[in-house]
Design a protein around this ligand. Structure first.
Ligand code: PMP
Length: 334
């Protein structure tokens, strides 16, 4: 079947069973959101949020799309914006990976880099700055993925049904991460109705407040983490944590190691957040006493992190390198 333009390639991503990793008594399947045209899970909500703004009349021909983003949402918006003829302006904290900034710029987006060391309420905080630029730009729409209902709705309408259909209606658990909460809330809402036996499992970077909140009900002080795109210091309005049955906090080293292992053993090039999800999914699988059918996501392609996750110099700088004194580069383990 021939696709009608790149936007027609969003969604209907492949589902692949893991064959070489230890999954205990379970079968583990990966949904390759990296196969979307801009390489991440955010293409689905990017298109949905732009089309919702068009439908309700806020976004008109010649208009400007503005978003505060740490990465993939911006690249997805830049892709959809470019193909629909809108100007796209992204406000990005200065810790975002270079590959993602260059990708957004290559798609024609304007990128305003701002401080990542200030919090909500500060004029340089990325979300406040995006709102301020929107207020002074005629014809501009602030997308705001953290509150925009079209974000979870995109996953409820497409990602959730695709998972259930790809698993022939039989799925016991889905392991997801939370950035805006769109993935969790959308897939969780769909499966709650369409497959009540399926449990949602949260994979969260150590330092994020979300997994401790699920497991203990307590709000903790946020730390910092190297994994990009997931983990929060607040609960976004789009994140319905009541859908989560179990949560795991995964350290950066385990996340990066899982992503590297996935490439070496399974040949799948995935980003750092996918490493977190895979590590949590493997822990969940190995804890089971009965065979279960488990799905997790490859949220984005590892091509966005070649200078980090797959760069031994970066890994060494983080203090995670355990290089054997003899042997080939393949012996580099973390
Ligand atoms: N992984 C990566 C790499 C991401 O960029 C994002 C989005 N921030 C997510 C996972 C989580 O998606 P969501 O915003 O739907 O919670």
């Amino acid at each position: 079947m021939t696709a009608h333009g790149a936007l027609d390639l969003i969604g209907k991503t492949p589902l692949v069973e893991v064959t070489s990793l230890d999954t205990g008594p379970c079968k583990l399947f990966l949904k390759l959101e990296s196969a979307n045209p801009s390489g991440s899970i955010k293409d689905r909500p990017a298109r949905a949020m732009i089309e919702a703004a068009e439908a309700d009349g806020r976004l008109k021909p010649g208009g400007t799309i503005i978003e505060a983003t740490a990465g993939n949402t911006g690249v997805g918006l830049a892709l959809v914006g470019a193909s629909k003829g809108y100007r796209t302006l992204l406000v990005v904290p200065d810790k975002m990976s270079r590959e993602k900034v260059l990708h957004a710029k290559a798609l024609g987006a304007e990128v305003v880099i701002t401080r990542s060391d200030v919090g909500k309420g500060h004029p340089d905080y990325y979300q406040d700055l995006a709102q301020a630029i929107t207020n002074r730009t005629p014809g501009a729409v602030y997308i705001n993925q953290f509150e925009n209902p079209a974000n979870p709705a995109a996953h409820e309408a497409s990602t959730g049904p695709e998972i259930l259909e790809g698993m022939n209606g039989d799925v016991d658990a889905v392991v997801v991460g939370v950035g805006s909460g769109g993935t969790l809330t959308g897939i969780g809402r769909y499966l709650r109705k369409a497959s009540p036996k399926t449990v949602m499992v949260l994979a969260d970077p150590a330092g994020s407040i979300l997994a401790p909140l699920v497991e203990t009900g307590e709000m903790t002080e946020a730390g910092s983490w190297a994994v990009e795109g997931i983990g929060e210091d607040f609960v976004p309005p789009n994140c319905d944590l009541s859908l989560v049955k179990k949560a795991y906090s995964i350290g950066d080293k385990e996340s990066f190691s899982a992503a590297r292992e996935l490439l070496r053993r399974e040949g799948i090039l995935a980003g750092s957040s996918s490493g977190t999800l895979l590590a949590a999914a493997l822990r969940y699988c190995r804890e089971q006493t009965e065979p279960k059918r488990v799905v997790t996501l490859v949220c984005d392609t590892g091509a966005k992190y070649l200078s980090k996750v797959f760069n031994d110099a970066f890994i060494a700088q983080e203090g995670w390198l355990d290089r054997k004194t003899t042997g080939t580069a393949r012996d580099v383990v973390i």
